[in-house]
Design a protein around this ligand. Sequence first.
Ligand code: SAM
Length: 283
Amino acid sequence: MNVKAMMREFGIRPSKRLGQHFLIDESPLAAMIEAAELKDDDGVLEIGPGLGVLTLKLGRLVRKVVAVEKDPALFPVLEKLTGKYKNICLLNEDVLKLDLEKVAKEHFDGKFKVVANLPYYITSPILMKIVENRHLIEMAVIMVQKEVAERLSARPGTRDYGILSIAVQLYADVDLICQVGRSAFLPPPKVESAVVRLKLRELPSVNIEDEKMFFRVVEAAFGERRKTVKNSLKSRLSLPSDEIREALKKAGIDENRRAETLKIEEFAALSREIAKIIIKNIE
Ligand code: SAM
């Protein structure tokens, strides 16, 4: 049954508040399935199954699917649509409140994959939840707003490179899989979309001694985007110019560079030097 017919039959009116835009185009679905490199013994967590178009495909391909849907109005419809599949488990919960340790223990044997067409209004907290639970998650293939996909996969020296790129790329290899137009959804969202794949790793891609300090420096450096790193750090970290200049020199970074040109390893080196200064000033 197609999505339009399902909506008619079950009397469903998509909720804007819950970011309900149902996929009606086969090709992004096929691209997501291919990008997830699914194997028959995989476990998959789907966030926001909606009317189950992706859920049913996943259910045919992997050992176990856990699909978490917040909307109580969609839940009985989903139960009906997936009823034949004993390997699909539906949870009527808010993904942000879901205990992933518990889900992994109860449903999956080892690491699982996330495959989802995300509700865009909570993209950032979901991304953070995925990265924080990287010890449980092997890979995430997710549909997000196009601008978010560009920021997630951005390389240094580009306009889109920033705190989000660094926070995610520190713990994941990111691939932009495909762009998806508005007409692929019913109702069409206001924005263009894209599918990205995050292959997660437990340890960071560069050696970081103090993660808190690392992000303090990254946030300070990007705080004033049009300034040089030296000037942004000076105003945001309240440290004297000569100490910042010294830290940049020791980290091998030209003081006239801007934050968006610094690679993750350069931020790591810089945060180590800044940490030394802060410790020295306390002593
Ligand atoms: N997977 C379906 C598809 O591709 O057609 C629907 C995707 S739609 C963009 C997002 C789905 O996430 C909706 O079904 C919505 O009800 C659900 N959702 C919204 N907020 C949620 C939350 N906090 N936890 C779980 N699901 C949520």
